[in-house]
Design a binder for this molecule. Sequence first.
Ligand SMILES: [Fe+2]
Ligand SMILES: [Fe+2]
Length: 147
Amino acid sequence: MNSEGLIELLNRLLEAELMAVEYYRIHADAIVEPEIAEGVRAILPAEQAHAASLAARIKKLGGVPVSPGGTASAQGKEMGETSRREGTMAMLTLELAQEQQAIKDYAACVADIEEDMLTLEMLEEQLFDEMRHAKWLKQRIIDLTRT
Ligand SMILES: [Fe+2]
Ligand SMILES: [Fe+2]
């Protein structure tokens, strides 16, 4: 993969992170179950850090990172607001689907990078975070289904 291709891929990952920051922020304020709201609130800084690392890496590689406040952020807000109106289960379901997609997208990138070890290691760490987020969400969804 050449560096233009990598920058392009990193920008797609960054867009997903900018979206995540918006819907997690909206959901953290909207979820009525206190423990679930607290857990969702705890995920938010991780997604903000993911976005910041990706943006910094893209710049380092000579690219232009997509900015917060653009199309991706607007889309994330829309996703957050729509699911918020449908309740906690809908919010968690949306978050889980997005985390599952992020796991696949990060893993694909990790698999394809052959030379840029710094980017590879950054993506490995972020992949692991998304795996933990997804697992936590799965457990909350199981718990909600049983109550
Ligand atoms: Fe993330
Ligand atoms: Fe995540």
